[in-house]
Every structure is written in structure tokens, then in C-alpha cells.
Design a protein around this ligand. Structure first.
Ligand code: SAH
Length: 367
């Protein structure tokens, strides 16, 4: 297993960024540099796209100076990561649903508010509402979104909520077959079977034609994406002209102009979280904004909601320490237990100002 990689590149992504664009890349796995490349242009790109994941691939690249070189890339990193994500959610979604319901994301709270456990579910709905408000999604019957995609849909909590709210159609994608099945069953039970549909599909290679969706929704899935450039490109590709993209995601703090990277201690903390929650390298909110700008998207807005989510993880830990929480955890499996043990690390990351809970929105221009 290659493990969690830190790609010191413009997009801070896993190794495979190399396949899709030029840039200076250093590939580090568990503290060891496993590869470096100068700004390159990949020559035999089509062959590479066809290669089966899970193999070490060799290809010819040409450097900025025109020098040709043989390079290799281990694509098992992405394969390993995505398999881990699918298994993690297959295993843990049932417990989460039993204790927390169908939304698998942070709640939105007034800063410094004290809340009882029963308020947490409404805080999760508030998160959805605040995100829609931030992105100025209209309730006007003539302007409200009609076609929505929920990228990284979990068990479909957002999809059903949005479909109901806007009387819209929504398509959800997830890597977890258990989640896709459960999401569909809940939709059918709630009389939404003809409005929402779910499938197992990769957000980095979405099974949708260009320009289909008025609202592209990604609620806490971006942090799982090993290639942020590809991720954002796909969101923009499937958005309809004039459509809105909403990304709510975990980021690391923005770097100051004098910094090249996070400190070693910061990286160490994030790596532990990556291991537990099946996350690749993180990027900052500013990195996302840059990516959106590079695609000429409009009305780009970002905000830091870290203070608004502060009560969330302490509440999750509290619920895990109840009798129901402990027995469910023990019955679940190692991946879920490992995730639970990492929860205090999230709190530490927020307290240090290292982890940021970010919302980034934009619109796709009408040509
Ligand atoms: N948005 C949901 C679930 C968040 S949990 C909610 O708010 O309730 C993260 C979700 O992202 C999981 O469903 C996971 O399967 C999905 N995910 C992670 N990487 C993905 C990828 N590459 N393609 C599609 N879904 C992905």
C-alpha cells in the first residue's frame, strides 16, 4: 500500500495529477520521496488513461527544457484510496444513520452556542440551508434548480432534501454500494423514487453528459478527492451554463506568502487524520479558489465556517461514548473504530487553526 501521499504541487493532490497537467511535483509517501518530476508534458496520455488501475505504469514525458524522460507512476495509490473509501462507508454508514440520521456532514451552529444533542440534527439541515443561502440559490419557481447532482451523496440526505425543497430531480453518486442502495431505499420509502436516483460512480469521472445540472452539490466529499483539479473540472463540466457549484469541504489553512508548505507537525497531524478517514492530501481554500478561477468560473465566493461547526465533533464523540454508540462501534469493524478514535484529532486540528471548514461557490458562465 502506498499510503497517504502529499503531492507538493499546485493542486496538492495525490500522485496522479501528473497524468492530467503540467506542474512541479514531488511525491512523498510516509515521509519518503517516491518520485519527482520537473514541469512536464505527458506524451502518451491516451495510453495512460486506458491503463488499468492498480498497476505501476511507465510513460514518456518531456520536460520544460524539451528533454524526454521515462517516468513511472504507481496508480495503486488512487485505487487503494478509493477501495478504502468504499469499504469505510459500506461499513460505517449504518451506525451513523442509527445514531445521527441520514445526513453525514457537520451541523451549522451559532458560534459559542451551547446545544443539546437533539439540536444537532437540525444543525445539519441548517448547514444545507446556509450553504444554499451563501450561494444565493433562488426559491423563485422560475429560477430554482430543476436538475441537481449530489457528488459524494452518502445515503442521500441532501439529495432528498433538495429534491423535495425545489421539486427537482437529483442524481447522487457515491463510491459505496451500500450507501447507494440505502439511499435509493430511503427515497422509495419517502415517495421520492421517481425524483432521485443513486449510483456507484467516481466523482473524478462522472457518468453524466456535459452541462446537465443547475445545481452541482458537493457536501463534504471534496476532502476524499485525490485529484482536486480533476474534481473541480468535473464539477464545472457537468454544470449547466448559469448553474451553481457548491463545495463544502475540509481544507487546511491558507499558507502565508512566505510559506511553501505546512509545518512538519501540521503535516503529521493531517496524515493521521488521512489514514483514519481515507483522505488524500489536503489543500487550502485559496487552492480551490485558484482552481475555480483557472476555469473562468464566475461569482467565486469562499468563507471559513470553522467556528460555526465547532460543537459538532464534541457531540459526535459524546454520542459514540453512549451505550448504543459503543456497542454499535464494537459490532461495526476496524475501519469504523479507527475513524472514531481519530475524532479528537479533528478537534485538535480545528483548535490549532490548521483545519478549516470551508464553503466555496461559483457559477458557470452562460456563453
Ligand atoms: N454528502 C453526504 C455524504 C458525505 S460523506 C452527506 O452530506 O450526507 C463523503 C461521501 O463522499 C461518501 O458518500 C463517499 O462515498 C463519497 N465519495 C468520496 N470519494 C468519492 C469519489 N471519488 N466519487 C464519488 N463519491 C465519493
Amino acid at each position: 500500500m502506498v499510503g497517504s501521499c502529499i503531492g507538493v504541487s499546485s493542486t496538492c493532490s495525490y500522485g496522479t495529477t501528473l497524468l492530467w497537467g503540467p506542474g512541479l511535483h514531488t511525491f512523498i509517501s510516509r515521509g519518503h520521496v517516491i518520485g519527482r518530476s520537473a514541469p512536464i508534458q505527458v506524451l502518451n496520455r491516451t495510453d495512460i488513461k486506458d491503463i488499468r488501475i492498480g498497476k505501476r505504469i511507465y510513460f514518456t514525458a518531456v520536460s520544460g527544457g524539451g528533454r524526454r524522460m521515462q517516468t513511472a507512476l504507481n496508480v495503486t495509490a488512487v485505487e487503494t484510496l478509493q477501495k478504502g473509501i468504499a469499504e469505510f462507508y459500506d461499513e460505517s454508514s449504518g451506525i451513523w444513520e442509527n445514531i445521527w440520521g441520514d445526513h453525514m456532514h457537520h451541523g451549522f451552529y451559532e458560534p459559542d452556542s451551547s446545544v443539546s444533542l437533539s439540536d444537532h440534527r437540525s444543525a445539519q439541515i441548517r448547514m444545507i440551508e446556509e450553504a444554499l443561502r451563501f450561494a444565493s440559490i433562488s426559491d423563485d419557481p422560475m429560477q430554482k434548480p430543476r436538475q441537481i447532482v449530489d457528488v459524494g451523496c452518502g445515503i442521500g440526505g441532501s439529495s432528498r432534501y433538495l429534491a423535495r425543497k425545489y421539486e427537482a430531480r437529483c442524481k447522487g453518486i457515491t463510491l459505496s454500494p451500500v450507501q447507494a442502495q440505502r439511499a435509493q431505499a430511503l427515497a422509495a420509502a419517502q415517495g421520492l423514487g421517481d425524483k432521485v436516483s443513486f449510483q456507484v460512480a467516481d466523482a473524478l469521472n462522472q457518468p453524466f453528459e456535459d452541462g446537465q445540472f443547475n445545481l452541482v452539490w458537493s457536501m463534504e466529499s471534496g476532502e476524499h478527492m485525490p485529484d482536486k483539479t480533476k474534481f473541480v473540472n468535473e464539477l464545472a463540466r457537468v454544470a449547466a451554463p448559469g448553474g451553481t457549484i457548491i463545495i463544502v469541504t475540509w481544507c487546511h489553512r491558507d499558507l502565508s506568502p512566505s510559506e511553501e508548505s505546512l509545518s512538519p507537525e501540521e503535516k503529521k497531524l493531517l496524515n493521521k487524520i488521512c489514514d483514519a478517514f481515507f483522505l488524500p492530501a489536503w489543500c487550502s481554500t485559496a487552492d480551490y479558489v485558484k482552481l475555480l478561477e483557472s476555469l473562468s468560473l464566475q461569482d467565486i465566493k469562499a468563507a471559513d465556517w470553522s467556528e460555526n461547526v465547532a460543537p459538532f465533533w464534541p457531540a459526535v464523540i459524546k454520542s459514540a461514548l453512549t451505550w448504543q454508540g459503543i456497542t454499535s462501534l464494537l459490532r461495526s469493524g476496524w475501519k469504523t473504530i479507527k475513524g472514531a478514535l481519530a475524532m479528537p484529532l479533528m478537534i485538535r486540528g480545528y483548535k490549532k487553526g490548521l483545519i478549516k471548514f470551508a464553503i466555496i461557490t461559483c457559477k458557470k458562465p452562460v456563453p
